[in-house]
Design a protein around this ligand. Structure first.
Ligand code: HEM
Length: 205
């Protein structure tokens, strides 16, 4: 879980950085998208990404089931122990935030990767992916849905980064945990800024 989780976080850092090019104008964003899809290595990268997602989800579900089976009769009280207890809302809802991600990713890929193909007027032969993203986030329902789901994903990362190092045997480190939380916050705010700025600028972007 730790290794696949950290690899997926690396993907998200790359993905959000590329997506922020939407604020750098039509050419920058569409040229980035075009460079990605016209690279023959894209199929290898996509297959690797799919494998990472699937193994992360499957391990997460198996692990949750094993945890439940290990304690067939649940705790009578589910409070935080306080003090040395590192239990948090994010850590106890990882399976739920993970299931939200599991539902989100296929819908998201379907909406963008397999969404409407507009050809760029300025650069014939190049997909105008920026137009599709801007059109999508001009709809209030899409924007609200994305903001909520991205916040839930941020919650998953908030606990996931530090926890991944524990799974990998590094042990508990407060500094690493804080670093992971800061990283989760930056990734989430950067992602959320995209639908929000597009929606609030009312197509003027
Ligand atoms: C504001 C937030 C986001 C925006 C604007 C966005 C935008 C996009 C766009 C435009 C594509 C299509 C790329 C192409 O076909 O060239 C894409 C693909 C994809 N996105 Fe996102 N994305 C966002 C958040 C996320 C998040 C949070 C995840 C994962 C948790 C994610 C996972 C993916 C995946 C797996 C693909 C398919 C990549 C491929 O097969 O090449 N995205 N996204």
């Amino acid at each position: 879980m730790g290794a696949t989780g950290l690899s997926l976080i690396a993907f998200l850092i790359g993905h959000v950085s590329g997506n922020l090019l939407i604020f750098a104008g039509e050419h920058a964003f569409n040229a980035y998208g075009h460079a990605l899809i016209s690279n023959p290595m894209i199929y290898v990268a996509e297959a690797g990404l799919l494998l990472l997602f699937v193994s992360h989800f499957v391990t997460g579900i198996v692990l949750t089931k094993e945890n439940r089976d290990a304690r067939p009769i649940g705790y009578q009280r589910n409070d935080r122990a306080g003090g040395a207890s590192r239990k948090s809302l994010a850590s106890t809802t990882m399976i739920l935030s993970g299931l939200v991600l599991l539902a989100f990713v296929p819908l998201h890929v379907n909406a963008f990767k397999f969404g409407a193909f507009y050809e760029s007027a300025a650069e014939p032969g190049v997909r105008d992916l920026r137009r599709l993203v801007i059109e999508t986030f001009s709809a209030p329902a899409y924007t609200a849905g994305y903001v909520i789901v991205l916040a839930i994903i941020g919650f998953h990362l908030w606990h996931g980064f530090g926890s991944a190092f524990e799974s990998l045997g590094v042990g508990y480190s407060k500094a690493l945990k804080r670093f992971g939380q800061a990283l989760a916050l930056i990734i989430t705010v950067a992602f959320i800024s995209i639908p929000l700025v597009i929606y609030l600028s009312e197509g003027a972007l």
